[in-house]
Ligand binder design. Sequence first.
Ligand code: NAD
Length: 510
Amino acid sequence: MAIVEPIESAGPRRRLRVRSPVTLQPIGEFDCATAEDVRAAVERARKAQLEWASLSFDRRARHLYRLLDQLVAHQDEVIDAVVQETGKARQEAIAWEVFGPCDAINYYARHAGKILAPEKKRVHGPMRFLKKLRIVYEPLGVVGLITPWNGPVALAAVPLAQALMAGNAVVHKPSEVTPFSALVLKRLSEEAGLPPDLYQVVQGDGETGAALVEAGVDKISFTGSVATGRKVAEACGRLLVPCTLELGGKDAMIVCADADLDRAAAGAVNGSCINTGHYCCGTERIYVVDEVYEDFVAKVMERARELRQGDSGEFDVGAVFWDKQLDIIEAHMEDARAKGARVLMGGRRNPDLAGLFYEPTVVTHVNHGMDVMTNETFGPIVAIQRVSDEEEAIALANDSEYGLNGSVWTRDTDKGFRIAERIVTGGVCVNDMAITYGLCEAPFGGRKSSGVGKVNGEMGLKGYCHPKPISADRGRGSQGGYPYTRKGENRLQRIIRFFYGTRLGRWIAG
Ligand code: NAD
């Protein structure tokens, strides 16, 4: 049964019905914004942005702190909305969709003013005697924010905080799979006193997302799959609209012989099953060196058997959020089985639960001929491959079209850092699982097919700005070079010979 399906509409807009992945019962309906709706939203946002951009960082921060107050006070509404539309464990909803956004809003409200303050730059070399340089970080204007279903509030609120603090307005197109929690965020922003047109939500599916890209925005901040990311990038390329693309991953975990196996096994199970495995930088493939392979698998099994899957009350692993993802998970596991993988646990839909539940799964004897080790599965699958040594693990980790995150497990932290540096990926954790997105200071973004550009941290925040260099002459020389003379030519060549042709000159000019 489809979680999202088109239904008859009385009006001119396409209408979608959304079902709970837990009960499979309808939980709501919504109209898809048309291209004209989206364009109108962008125009309204553009007007609101002008006034917003004129506010000081302190004034913008005050608004964001009020949004923070609202989020803290109304966290149960956020959690309920997310749990209803995703079926994720309540504690996960609290950690991801409330704690994460609160931390990010608080961080950017406090630090954006410092990070984006005009910078005086000392000009290098001989030009320093002639020119002054200042860099100011101007807002871009209206940011189109397109988000996926796996972290419906977190993946909206974190970029929202950055875009707003940088002085932009935001038009947000949430996923059609999780459209309702975005409306809670929108309502809280209005109750916090943010101008209604400064942050707007336009509901819809891919068609609405594509319309947002075309609607005259000044930047697209996209999070989603590689396939859609390519389409967005193509459109942005044609329109010359800058974009960041935070896309899928196939994160590798490397377990060295000297790893703390208890900690690594806990990290493997958590990293693979967190958010029902719907985590862009969740653990998708695990390479364990021969010496500790058997012990590691035994410890993983011990932990994985303790996982409780459920649809109410206390449980660890919730529903698969979307039927289309369930199809992918099942197809990957069938492919693995057919090619000789051993399923030690799970490997099937949960027969005791009515909704979209795939049992937490441990699978071994996997290899790179299988989808489960090469394509994004995005399910609660702990897939473990035995390798002869760390070199083979590094080579396999790099044998991927993806490169979002990854992890290395060893008691020798320096070695962990050395291995981390050799993995071609966006970020790496040592003895930890996929925390990078949660560290506000860390620039976050994928390599290879996992993305383009960075979000978060200083780099991400500055990505919502145009860094404008403003230079001024110190008034010590004549303006321009006219009239050109033989004498002028000779003088310039003498300068070149001294500054770039001698060691002393290079040192002064450097
Ligand atoms: P998706 O690409 O199907 O959809 C993402 C968003 O794009 C949705 O809002 C969708 O409606 C919209 N969209 C669809 N077609 C569009 C088009 N042609 N133009 C513009 N917008 C369009 O992705 P999904 O299934 O919602 O999300 C899961 C994917 O997101 C996974 O691959 C996951 O790894 C990735 N993800 C990445 C990160 C990251 O930070 N790198 C974080 C979370 C999720």
